[in-house]
Ligand binder design. Structure first.
Ligand SMILES: Cc1cc2nc3c(=O)[nH]c(=O)nc-3n(C[C@H](O)[C@H](O)[C@H](O)COP(=O)(O)O)c2cc1C
Length: 245
């Protein structure tokens, strides 16, 4: 059968709500960035100089681990590099985006990082430091899927881009959703590549994006975790026997 006789299914016909979402988000609705909510102060943990690493070097070996992580610590320099790359700027038209993402802030749950106490932190890019976010630091909940339940306790850290999904809509309209999702993706994918370039590995676990994780992170008010990236030393081989996710 040729491609013409058997065309691929039409997304527009099959997923009208997704089509409407994309149409709404693509509409030009220029606006001003909302004032971010005040960031509560907390104890500051300075990070060491980031390990020198290029995200492009992470491309070759990058793969989402299927068997979770070995419960081994990573260095603070490695975490510093991962966060510095995750919070780097990008070419775009949002004010300030050349310096850093402007609709999300990377947060991190530290579990095994040498020299950094376990806990929940916001990454302060300007100070290159972690600011304790006041959460419990424990994101394990019964609602997690099987592979996340296994991987989470053994990962070295979780990187979570955090943002306010609502407020930007008042000035940017529906386009806010798309802008913020793009930045959230940028944060987790750059963190992934930096981890890979350092000989580590990372996997997005979308089910880790939930209210329990927000509580563990100390994320409050209009803020929400928008993605959830586990990282650490990959466990070799595949020990997954149940449904993957
Ligand atoms: C947006 C996004 C969401 C994902 N969510 C999950 C998830 O919830 N659980 C999971 O195990 N993997 C998740 N992954 C990881 C994908 O399963 C993985 O990237 C995919 O299998 C391709 O493998 P690779 O990353 O090694 O190329 C997600 C990946 C992306 C890009």
């Amino acid at each position: 059968m040729t491609g013409e006789e058997d065309p691929p299914p039409s997304v527009v016909d099959r997923l009208p709500l997704l089509t409407a979402l994309h149409a709404a988000c693509a509409a030009p609705q220029p606006g001003l960035l909302p004032e971010p909510p005040p960031e509560p102060p907390g104890p500051v943990v300075p990070l060491p100089a980031p390990d020198a690493v290029r995200v492009a070097d992470g491309l070759r070996g990058r793969a989402s681990p299927v068997a979770g992580f070995l419960p081994r610590p990573i260095t603070a320099g490695a975490l510093a590099a991962i966060l510095a790359h995750a919070a780097a700027g990008y070419p775009g038209d949002l004010p300030g985006c050349h310096e850093a993402p402007v609709t999300v802030t990377p947060h991190v749950l530290v579990q095994r990082v040498t020299g950094v106490p376990a806990g929940a932190y916001r990454y302060d890019r300007r100070r290159h430091a972690l600011v304790a976010a006041g959460g419990t630091g424990d994101a394990r909940t019964t609602a997690l899927r099987t592979n996340t339940r296994w991987a989470l306790p053994e990962a070295a850290a979780a990187v979570v881009p955090v943002g306010d999904q609502a407020t930007g809509g008042t000035t940017f309209g529906d386009r806010w959703y798309r802008l913020q999702q793009a930045e959230a993706g940028l944060v987790v994918h750059r963190a992934t590549l930096a981890a890979s370039a350092l000989g580590l590995a990372a996997r997005i676990h979308s089910d880790g994006t939930n209210p329990a994780t927000d509580a563990a992170l100390g994320v409050r008010g209009p803020l929400r975790g928008l993605s959830f990236l586990l990282l650490g030393t990959p466990r070799p081989g595949s020990t997954v026997t149940g449904p993957l996710w």
